[in-house]
Design a protein around this ligand. Structure first.
Ligand SMILES: *Cc1c(COP(=O)(O)O)cnc(C)c1O
Length: 375
C-alpha cells in the first residue's frame, strides 16, 4: 500500500534524542532554546518560541495580539479545524472568508467585504504549504487597523517573494505534527520579531511563571518564582526539540525532494483537462506539504469513486481540505453560511501520496492509475 504521507526521520534524530534522555534534562531546557535559535535564524525572524503544537501556538497568538470575547476574526472555513477553534478559545467569533479556488487561500476582496466594527484580526492560512498573498493582507490590515496572524502550520520551508514564511509579518505559527513537512512528534513554534509578544508567549507557555525551571536549576542562590498571570502548560520537551534540531538542518533538502515529486506529478498529469493541478505563481514557493488535485464537472468519475478505485489498487488518498462551517461543531451556529468555492473545492478535490523518499516506481504507479481513471 502506498501511504498518503510519511515523516522523514533518521538515526540522527534518534541519536540526539537519546543523548538528551541520557543527559537527565528532558523537559523544556537547553535543547528547546537551541531549536528556537536555529528556527528563528532559518525563517529570518528575531525570535522563535517553541510550543506543544500549532493549536496552542495559535491560542497564544490570539491572546498576545489582544483578541478577546466579542471580537470577530476572519479566517478560512476551508482549513484544518484548529484554525477556527483557536479563535473560539478566546471567546471571539470566527467569520469565514471564501478562498480562491486556484490556490485554496483566502480571497482578499471577500475578506474585505466581511470587515465590521467588531473585526479585530485576520488569521491567514498558507494552505497545504502554498503561500497566501501576505502583502495584500498586510495592506488590508493596515487600512482597517487589524491584527494579521499567520497560520503557517503547513508552510515551514515555503517562501513568498524570496523570503521564508516566518519573516513577513508580526506573528507566525508553525506545526511539527508528523503530517507536516518536518516533525517533532507533535510540536509548534511562533516566529515573531516583536519583543513584547516574545516575552509574553514565553510567560504564558509555562504557567505564567516569572522564572523558568532552567534558570532556577542553574542558580547558586535560592530563587522563588512568582506566577504573574494565569498561564498554560504549552511547553515543548527537550526530547522533541532534539528531533527538531536535526529536522531543521534537513528542511531545505526535504523541500527540494518534495518539489521534485510534485513537479513530476504536474508534468505527467498536466494534459488531463478534467482536473486542475496546483498553481505556483511567480514569487510563490510551495513546500508541497500536500498535493491536491481538483476534479472538474466533466471528470469521468466522482471524487469518492476515484478514492475507492485508488485504494483497491493499493494507493491511499484523502479527501480535499475540510470546511469547518459544515462540521458538527460549527454547523448549528453557521447554518446560514454558504461558501460555494470552499465547499466545491472540499467536495471535489483529492490529496494524493507525496513523501520522501518515495520510490520512482510508486510515483509512477500513482500517475498511471490517475491517468487510466481520469484521462
Ligand atoms: C495541522 C494544522 C493545524 C494544527 O497543528 P497542530 O500542530 O496539529 O496543532 C492548524 N492549522 C492548520 C492550517 C493545520 O494544517
Amino acid at each position: 500500500m502506498i501511504p498518503i504521507a510519511k515523516p522523514y526521520l533518521t538515526k540522527d534524530e534518534a541519536q540526539l534524542a537519546y543523548d538528551t534522555i541520557q543527559s537527565g534534562w528532558v523537559t523544556q531546557g537547553p535543547k528547546v532554546a537551541e531549536f528556537e535559535e536555529k528556527f528563528a535564524s532559518y525563517v529570518g525572524s528575531k525570535y522563535a518560541v517553541a510550543l506543544s503544537n500549532c493549536t496552542t501556538a495559535l491560542h497564544l497568538a490570539m491572546i498576545v495580539t489582544g483578541v478577546q470575547s466579542g471580537d470577530e476574526v476572519i479566517c478560512p472555513s476551508m482549513s484544518y479545524i484548529a484554525t477556527a477553534n483557536s479563535i473560539k478559545y478566546v471567546g471571539a467569533t470566527p467569520v469565514f472568508g471564501e478562498v480562491n479556488p486556484e490556490t485554496y487561500n483566502l480571497d482578499v476582496n471577500h475578506v474585505e467585504s466581511l470587515i465590521t466594527d467588531r473585526t479585530k484580526a485576520v488569521l491567514l492560512v498558507h494552505q497545504i504549504g502554498m503561500p497566501a498573498d501576505i502583502d495584500a493582507f498586510k495592506v488590508l490590515s493596515e487600512k482597517h487597523n487589524l491584527v494579521l496572524i499567520e497560520d503557517a502550520a503547513c508552510a515551514v520551508g515555503a517562501s513568498y517573494k524570496g523570503k521564508k514564511i516566518g519573516s513577513h509579518s508580526d506573528i507566525i505559527c508553525f506545526s511539527f505534527h508528523p503530517r507536516k513537512v518536518i516533525t517533532t512528534g507533535d510540536g509548534g513554534m511562533i516566529a515573531t520579531s516583536i519583543e513584547h509578544y516574545h516575552d509574553r508567549i514565553k510567560l504564558l507557555r509555562q504557567h505564567g511563571m516569572s522564572i523558568n525551571d532552567q534558570v532556577r536549576h542553574k542558580s547558586t542562590k535560592v530563587l522563588f518564582e512568582e506566577h504573574v498571570e494565569v498561564g498554560y502548560n504549552y511547553r515543548m520537551t527537550d526530547i522533541q526539540a532534539s528531533v527538531g534540531i536535526k529536522q531543521i538542518d534537513k528542511l531545505d533538502w526535504i523541500v527540494e525532494e518534495r518539489r521534485k515529486i510534485a513537479l513530476k506529478y504536474i508534468d505527467s498529469l498536466r494534459d488531463i483537462d478534467c482536473i486542475r493541478l496546483p498553481i505556483e505563481q511567480e514569487g510563490y514557493f510551495s513546500n508541497y506539504q500536500s498535493f491536491s488535485i481538483y476534479l472538474k464537472d466533466h471528470a469521468p468519475i466522482s471524487r469518492n469513486e476515484l478514492m475507492e478505485k485508488l485504494l483497491e489498487n493499493g494507493i491511499s488518498s484523502r479527501r480535499g481540505i475540510m470546511t469547518s462551517h459544515r462540521e458538527p461543531a460549527y454547523n448549528g451556529e453557521y447554518s446560514n453560511v454558504s461558501l460555494p468555492a470552499s465547499e466545491d473545492a472540499c467536495d471535489n478535490s483529492i490529496i494524493i501520496p507525496l513523501y520522501i523518499p518515495m520510490d520512482d516506481s510508486d510515483t509512477q504507479k500513482v500517475i498511471d492509475n490517475l491517468r487510466s481513471l481520469l484521462a
